[in-house]
Design a protein around this ligand. Structure first.
Ligand code: C5P
Length: 322
């Protein structure tokens, strides 16, 4: 049976608005998500026995049942017991390139890759929308990771509308290696501080999400207006994460200071998801590499890691098979 090596890209949020609290306890969101070519490699090797074995080259990633990649495999086994019985389990290895607990959907994209990989190995023929349905059971960001690209995500984050691709932009991503922001903490703290701004009746809750479809960010993307996209970057979670993590605020400010001086080349800067990763958008690779150098000089802290990546229009893809 065939093995597969998949690329599982990270995402950034170009827009994240928290609208209110849903009946299921999650927040109703309106987000614009974008995949970038900083990607983990996931190798799936059929092992012919009745179990999944998970390994990962990153010491901070638990290679156990709490890992979304493992949960994805278990979900597939319970949804497709005959295929599991026929084909058996797989050895799953994660080669981590995406920083962990960073607001870049690193765990979610690994879960999405396992769904895609077992769909191939077990020859199930599931469509992307069927895979997204399953992905929604694993986490709010997992459905987006299946197809990636540029998309509007509403509901819990799992209702997706594809937007025109933005393939000509680059990002510099920055993260303090020792910092991690737990996503549940960020949403809980937001609720404690801002619940009075929440839309409370269900009909308005849903229509507010839909309103973003015709909002300025979606318009700017439709017109490929990268300057406008940079101006319209917005993330409600910055309101709670930045005050609690001064280093993240300092990094964001360092990016924004560079934007002040080089407004022609740096389009905007913001925290991604629940953080602590901060990113800045540029229109060329050279500009992104120059900005990375500048930030390294301004904040010479060995704990600060920086990456340059490109916007891409794909989600999980096959890197190789054997
Ligand atoms: O769905 P996921 O497991 O990725 O979400 C992690 C946590 O983030 C949830 O347990 C919840 O606390 C918070 N969350 C939320 N509303 C969303 C998505 C996530 O409150 N739409």
């Amino acid at each position: 049976m065939q093995s597969y090596t998949l690329l599982a890209p990270a995402k950034i949020n170009l827009y994240l608005e928290i609208i209110g609290l849903r009946a299921d306890g999650y927040h109703e969101l309106a987000m614009v998500m974008q995949t970038v070519d900083l990607a983990d490699k996931i190798v799936l090797r059929p092992n012919g026995n009745d179990a999944f074995r998970l390994s990962c080259d990153h010491p901070q990633v638990p290679a156990d049942q709490t890992n979304l990649a493992y949960k994805a495999a278990q979900l597939m086994a319970s949804e497709f017991p005959k295929s599991f019985a026929n084909y058996g389990g797989a050895d799953i290895h994660i080669q981590k390139n995406i920083p962990v607990a960073a607001g870049l959907a690193g765990g979610s994209t690994n879960g999405a890759a396992v769904l895609v990989g077992l769909n191939l190995i077990w020859q199930l023929g599931l469509t992307h929308s069927e895979l997204e349905e399953l992905a929604g059971q694993l986490g709010s960001d997992v459905p987006f990771c299946i197809s990636g690209g540029t998309a509007l995500a509403t509901g819990r984050g799992n209702e997706l509308d594809t937007l025109p691709p933005l393939n000509n932009l680059y990002v510099v991503l920055g993260k303090y290696e020792s910092l991690a922001v737990p996503t549940p903490w960020a949403y809980k703290t937001y609720k404690e501080q801002f619940s009075e701004t929440y839309v409370s009746d269900i009909a308005t809750l849903e229509s507010r999400g839909k309103r973003v479809h015709s909002g300025p960010m979606v318009n700017a993307i439709a017109h490929q207006d990268s300057r406008k996209i940079g101006e319209l970057l917005h993330n409600d979670l910055e309101k709670v994460v930045l005050p609690a993590y001064p280093q993240v605020e300092q990094l964001r400010q360092a990016f924004l200071n560079e934007k002040e001086s080089y407004s022609e080349t740096i389009l905007g800067a913001m925290m991604s998801g629940s953080g602590p990763t901060v990113f800045a958008i540029t229109t060329t690779l050279t500009q992104a590499e120059n900005l990375k150098q500048k930030i390294q000089t301004t904040l010479p802290d060995p704990d600060l890691k920086l990456w340059v990546a490109k916007f891409i229009s794909s989600g999980i893809s096959i890197a190789g098979d054997s």
